[in-house]
Write a protein that binds this ligand. Structure first.
Ligand SMILES: C[S@@+](CC[C@H](N)C(=O)[O-])C[C@H]1O[C@@H](n2cnc3c(N)ncnc32)[C@H](O)[C@@H]1O
Length: 231
């Protein structure tokens, strides 16, 4: 039996990583994104006419969708390259994009959004307490905060946000923080948010059939979703 060569690996700062990943992020076989797509619209509900924040918007995967659905969208990210991809998409002209490091207080007014989305970002955030405090601050009293994040169980398989650099063939890992499910939930509750829904999603055979990268994680938890309300 031939042994497979281990892939060499680089770990780089998060912002630099997304600046490099941006070029092919949307076309990557990313099972986490495929799994999340199944559930997020139902969690979001009808956003037409609402003020929506997309915190860590990346290439605008969700922001564009909410704008097309009639929401007034503000989308924040610190990767200029990810933002450039988002700005080039149809409907992007209706979105207020802001380049900002979310480790600092958000440049957004308090109580100004009906829905606050933060999708596949939290594993890059060190200070969860401060971050959830900001998510709550910008949310209107009757608003909702919707979170998706890579399930912490993936770290037990050595997985963190990463891509294969097409030029070198090397695996590039983006600086991340290992948080547990309880860390996320306690940070949200301690910030004064109320838990409306929490769900954990494993790789199933349908996902494994549509994503080569999902196959070795069959039945393993890959995605954590939460919906929170301010009051
Ligand atoms: C995995 S991507 C997800 C993008 C988008 N939310 C989605 O679901 O397709 C993570 C995004 O979070 C952004 N991000 C991570 N840490 C950040 C920070 N401290 N400030 C601003 N953006 C950050 C990255 O630049 C990247 O675009």
């Amino acid at each position: 039996m031939t042994q497979q060569e281990p892939i060499s690996m680089d770990i780089i700062p998060t912002q630099e990583g997304y600046d490099r990943w941006a070029e092919f992020y949307d076309g990557d076989d990313n099972p986490l994104v495929l799994l999340e797509e199944r559930y997020l619209s139902a969690l979001a509900g009808n956003v037409s006419g609402l003020d929506v924040a997309d915190i860590g918007c990346g290439t605008g995967r969700h922001a564009i969708r909410w704008a097309a659905a009639g929401a007034r969208v503000t989308a924040v990210d610190f990767s200029e390259s990810m933002l450039a991809r988002a700005r080039a998409k149809p409907e992007a002209g209706r979105i207020n994009f802001i380049c900002h490091d979310l480790a600092r207080p958000f440049p957004l007014k308090s109580a100004s959004f009906d829905r606050v989305f933060c999708c596949l970002v939290l594993d890059h955030i060190k200070d969860l307490a401060g971050f959830f405090g900001e998510l709550r601050r910008i949310c209107r009293p009757c608003g909702e905060v919707v979170i998706s994040v890579m399930h912490p169980a993936m770290s037990l398989r050595g997985v963190q946000a990463r891509f294969i650099d097409p030029a070198s063939g090397r695996r590039v890992c983006l600086a991340s923080h290992v948080h547990q499910v309880s860390d996320y939930l306690m940070a949200a509750l301690s910030a004064g948010l109320k838990l409306q829904n929490v769900s954990e999603h494993a790789v199933d055979s349908a996902l494994a059939a549509s994503s080569v990268r999902a196959q070795k994680y069959l039945d393993w938890p890959m995605l954590l979703l939460t919906k929170l309300s301010r009051t």
